[in-house]
Ligand binder design. Structure first.
Ligand SMILES: C[S@@+](CC[C@H](N)C(=O)[O-])C[C@H]1O[C@@H](n2cnc3c(N)ncnc32)[C@H](O)[C@@H]1O
Length: 233
């Protein structure tokens, strides 16, 4: 209801429209959606549309460059699993990570959300509308990474993690500490909001550890800060 009222009250075309074309379809007002569909979309290629639009029926966050970086990292590194903290409704990062696993044909995204409404919405949507991708996702309703214990593979190694939970630096650091014993040469860690409070405490830890090699760094206006690291021996 609140979202509906907000949509009704904002101007049909906002001053942020140009910037929002770096962001994603679901950030547009209804008027901007029409403008995009008629005058922008026809000139964009399939790849630009894919990362901007995601799955139209499900809200999601992340800028299109960030979505592409997530997707391409999974395609390139082919982890057996990727753990994600912060599913939201599943239309953003979850969609692109699981799409990459679906393309590869193997691998699982284990994604955790602590808001029951978002968790249920996302899980139901994938089961009903995207069963092929749902086959590559385990939805976890929880707020601490220990809920991942049951998904850690027998060799006790974690191949990939994407951190995108609360805007709380201490919490992100604790989440990283959970995974630390499981990292190995080749492990991938990915962070959204690399320039905000969310990653303020973890940033010096990762940047100060010579084993983590930075593979990707996205900055404004294409991102609010997004970073990918790979663990070297
Ligand atoms: C920035 S949003 C994630 C956006 C999502 N990755 C996307 O691309 O659409 C952060 C999400 O993390 C969830 N969250 C916050 N703290 C959490 C925790 N401790 N455990 C699991 N989920 C958490 C919030 O409810 C929220 O849905």
């Amino acid at each position: 209801m609140k979202t509906f009222l907000r949509l009704l009250l904002q101007p049909p075309i906002t001053r942020q429209f140009r910037h929002k074309l770096h962001h994603n379809f679901h950030t547009l007002t209804p008027g901007e959606m029409v403008l995009y569909w008629l005058f922008i979309r026809p000139f964009w290629n399939k790849q630009q549309r894919f990362f901007f639009e995601g799955t139209l029926g499900l809200w999601g966050q992340m800028y299109r460059a960030e979505r592409q970086a997530l997707y391409e990292t999974i395609i390139r590194e082919r982890p057996r699993q990727c753990f994600e903290i912060g599913t939201f409704t599943g239309g953003g990062s979850t969609f692109f990570l699981s799409k990459a696993f679906t393309e590869i044909g193997t691998g699982t995204l284990v994604t955790m959300e602590n808001n029951e409404h978002y968790f249920t919405k996302g899980k139901n949507y994938y089961e009903q509308k995207l069963p092929e991708q749902a086959a590559h996702i385990k939805f976890v309703f929880a707020s601490t990474p220990s809920a991942f214990d049951q998904f850690i593979l027998a060799d006790k190694k974690v191949d990939a993690v994407f951190f995108d939970g609360a805007e709380d630096g201490a919490e992100t650091l604790l989440q990283y500490r959970y995974f630390e014993p499981y990292f190995k040469a080749g492990s991938i860690i990915m962070f959204h909001d690399w320039n905000t409070e969310k990653t303020a405490a973890i940033k010096p830890v990762v940047l100060g550890d010579a084993h983590w090699e930075q593979m990707v760094l996205l900055t404004p206006p294409h991102s609010v800060g997004f970073a990918v690291f790979k663990r070297r021996p």
